[in-house]
Design a binder for this molecule. Structure first.
Ligand SMILES: [Mn+2]
Length: 336
């Protein structure tokens, strides 16, 4: 299973109408790659739409100007409008929006992912590249290999993917191949100033409010090598937002001198139907600490440096449970 399988899948005459989607709570990478690849496929004469990828992260609606999302209602069989589904930035059905899961066994599926926790991916064909910085990078490589043109709008969306998932080319996933893909985006007309404005210089006021609450409560353990904090439903209510307010908030903890591991546990007010507490935990680590080792204990996934999981218990109990797991994995007492 490789890039060429995915190119063949997307080139198949049987796949004239292609839906593209990514994980729940779309981020800049899944959204940017869905839009970018949709525009590339439209350039080949296909019907191609990003589907069921709302809401966009705060400030990122600008990506959708060139290619709005097709958002289906749960009652509607949206799959009848398409011949195939391309799943991006996610290698498990469970991480897709429930509306997207309707496609299972109804549409042929291809998958592009770069999460180290994705083993085989989903669908008939999959290209999983844990070394890739972003799906944006993989999409540019795929288009180049297939000889497909990159329009200015596609390049803008894919540049946004790459810049977001590399933390402005600062994470350890930034490779020479990443910069080659980024170069192709700039050559095709991507605007780095516009992207930086929306990605990094447009933090909503409610997110600043949550940030203040997080900092007030922050704890530092293991001589300052572990930073942790949490947000309660009351915090979200006071700030006037839901889980969208936590985007990248954990970096406030992680970007502190001496911090090697950071943990943010949040309980947004919105609850998945039929469940009790649903508490989201995010973990960031510096090398050599492997975030996946901790979150896998709780059924989570992600990357080695950035991972997450969901727990069903009160937020402060979840904090202490995760703190214990982090301490066991990364900061064992010297006498053991
Ligand atoms: Mn990604």
């Amino acid at each position: 299973m490789s890039m060429s399988d995915v190119i063949s899948f997307l080139s198949s005459p049987a796949h004239q109408r292609i839906a593209l989607t990514g994980h729940q709570r779309p981020d800049a990478d899944s959204l940017g790659a869905s839009v970018g690849l949709s525009l590339i496929l439209r350039g080949l004469g296909r019907v191609a739409n990003p589907v069921n990828l709302l809401p966009p992260p705060p400030g990122l609606d600008f990506i959708l100007d060139s290619c709005p999302i097709h958002q289906a209602s749960p009652e509607e069989d949206w799959t009848k409008d398409y011949d195939a589904l391309l799943v991006l930035d996610c290698g498990e059905w469970e991480r897709l929006d429930p509306v997207n899961r309707q496609a299972k066994n109804r549409l042929p599926v291809a998958n592009l992912d770069h999460h180290a926790s994705s083993l085989t991916g989903i669908g008939e064909v999959a290209w999983i590249e844990p070394q890739a910085s972003s799906i944006g990078e993989m999409a540019v490589q795929l288009a180049a290999a297939a000889g497909w043109a990159l329009s200015r709008d596609a390049a803008q969306a894919l540049w946004t993917s790459i810049v977001a998932d590399t933390g402005r080319f600062s994470y350890d996933n930034t490779r020479p191949a990443t910069l080659k893909a980024a170069q192709a985006c700039l050559e095709a007309g991507a605007d780095p100033v516009l992207t930086a404005h929306y990605l990094f210089q447009s933090t909503p006021r409610y997110a600043r409010d949550l940030q203040a609450r997080l900092l007030t409560r922050a704890e530092f353990h293991h001589q300052g090598r572990l930073a942790l904090s949490w947000l309660t439903p009351a915090d979200f209510q006071a700030a006037g937002c839901g889980s969208e307010g936590t985007q990248n908030l954990i970096n406030t903890l992680q970007d502190t001198a001496g911090v090697e591991v950071s943990l943010l546990v949040s309980e947004p007010p919105e609850k998945p139907p039929g469940r009790g507490n649903s508490v989201k935990a995010s973990l960031r680590t510096l090398e050599p600490h492997d975030a996946l080792r901790v979150v896998k204990r709780f059924g989570g996934g992600g990357h080695h440096r950035a991972a997450g999981c969901t727990l069903s218990q009160p937020v402060e109990a979840a904090v202490r449970l995760l703190q214990k797991a982090v301490s066991e994995e990364f900061f064992p007492p010297p006498h053991q």
